[in-house]
Ligand binder design. Structure first.
Ligand code: MG
Length: 476
């Protein structure tokens, strides 16, 4: 088939598009993402739509976006691509990623697309692709789509059989599901901060529907994210923390740009460490189900294991990336899973990380336990984390990490677990260490957690010296 896109596109954009494909991958750890009109052009978005529809043999797709100013432009390109393949498109407008993923499942769609760059700054955008069962596209699906884009091997429909668009209210399916999943007796006093992102409407609506007293901050949709960074951190949630304290609220909840992540502020206005909230909710989920599996990634604190063991559960660790967590949850029948960035998956409802549902379920857990947020979190052990970035040439870094596995096993003979699921991870009696090659920079990233600051320091010093020694040895 002739490649009309190539012929009709200005040279620079074609170069950029093909540069991405040529370099091997369009999809990163969370979909396709890039600077709009530099990496992520409407042409590329249209091609991804054509390729996904071709790959999935899609008849029905759901499309949504977050509040970014570039969303409607990219949506037009995406929808155009889908319609040209004969796929009917259900347009959900601005809703969180989990609302889209759940609506796709509820409506029996073949595929769902979310236009978002998640927590990244406003000049970025991206595409997350989901199957009809609310699971993100797997590495295999992504590779198949990348090949179709590279080959330009799209299946277009006859002009009389193009797809049709229908506007839908995806929130209604989601709110019905969430109100079945969560019942609250107490009138919780909650401050909610969607950060001008996609949860601006759904999150306050859900909490109100559950009977909470809701004060909403930054709940106006604004794709420039003027109020705070779209990534929820202790620093970006200072206004939320102050408001919780001033209003004597029970809890503050916040989301990232597409609301697949949740963050909490306790009743004293203190930001809750992500690892500890993950471990606390994981422990609650295990207690509720009388044991089972909790899934998290290689970077999460060992307090997740400490708590899981206490309640007769087991922890499965995956590569970094919520798709790997969701896949493992599905494969192992886990009761709960999440990453320490606040992306929590509740498989009883669906397989997409879900910020607003996590906030509601967190309140239900507090209610069941009869605890305040600080009391719920206080029981989690607090360990010490240290991170180091060590310069290492791109052509050297992957080989070096591979080689380090054997070296580390020899140097730490009393290790309790060894994993190469993502870089090299060694669990020790008094902590753990993780060595990974940076995906984007000429760096080796070392993460260490210790039971005490001395333990963390000792492990970090020893491993840093070993990495330097290996770099020197390879350069000789
Ligand atoms: Mg996100």
């Amino acid at each position: 088939m002739p490649n009309y896109f190539k012929q009709q596109t200005p040279t620079m954009q074609v170069t950029v598009t093909y540069r991405c494909v040529w370099m091997g991958k369009l999809f990163g750890s969370s979909g396709v993402r890039g600077l709009v009109n530099i990496d992520l052009t409407p042409i590329l978005v249209c091609k991804v739509a054509l390729a996904v529809a071709t790959h999935a043999k899609a008849k029905k797709a759901v499309v949504a976006r977050d509040t970014r100013v570039t969303g409607s432009m990219l949506e037009a390109a995406l929808v155009s691509g889908l319609l040209s393949t004969g796929t009917d498109v259900l347009l959900a407008g601005i809703v969180p990623t989990p609302v889209l993923a759940y609506a796709a499942k509820a409506l029996g769609a073949d595929v769902a697309f979310m236009l978002t760059a998640s927590h990244n700054p406003p000049q970025y955008n991206g595409i997350k692709v989901f199957n009809g069962d609310s699971l993100s596209y797997t590495d295999q699906d992504q590779a198949a789509v990348e090949k179709i884009v590279a080959d330009g091997n799209f299946v277009l429909a006859d002009w009389r059989s193009l797809g049709k668009t229908t506007l839908i209210d995806a929130s209604q399916f989601y709110l019905t599901m969430a109100q079945k999943a969560v019942v609250l007796k107490k009138r919780w006093n909650v401050v909610v901060d969607p950060g001008c992102g996609a949860a601006f409407s759904v999150a306050p609506r859900l909490l109100k529907a559950l009977g909470c007293k809701v004060t909403a901050l930054n709940a106006q949709p604004d794709g420039f994210f003027p109020a705070r960074k779209s990534e929820p951190t202790a620093e970006s949630l200072q206004d939320l923390a102050k408001t919780v304290k001033t209003l004597h609220a029970d809890v503050g909840v916040a989301f990232d740009g597409d609301a697949d992540r949740v963050a909490f502020v306790d009743e004293n206005g203190v930001f809750v460490n992500f690892d500890r909230s993950l471990a606390a909710y994981g422990a609650f989920a295990l207690k509720r189900s009388g044991g089972g599996i909790v899934v998290t990634n290689v970077e999460a604190s060992m307090c997740v294991e400490t708590m899981a063991e206490k309640f007769g559960g087991r922890v499965v660790r995956t590569r970094v990336g919520d798709i790997y967590v969701s896949e493992a949850i599905k494969r192992d029948g886990a009761v709960f899973g999440g990453e320490p960035c606040g992306a929590w998956v509740h498989p009883q409802q669906h397989l997409c990380p879900d910020g607003p549902l996590s906030a509601a379920l967190f309140l239900a857990a507090l209610e069941t336990e009869g605890k305040s947020v600080s009391e719920f979190i206080r029981e989690m052990p607090e360990y010490i984390t240290m991170r180091e970035n060590i310069a290492c040439k791109n052509e050297q870094k992957y080989k070096l990490v591979e080689k380090l596995g054997g070296v580390l096993k020899t140097e730490f003979p009393a290790y309790t677990d060894f994993s190469t699921v993502d870089g090299v991870r060694l669990a020790l009696k008094n902590g753990w260490l993780l060595v990974r090659a940076s995906g984007t920079e000429p760096l080796i990233r070392l993460t260490v957690e210790g039971e005490s600051s001395q333990a963390a320091k000792d492990i970090t010093q020893k491993v840093t010296a070993l990495i330097h020694k290996q770099i020197e040895a390879q350069q000789k």
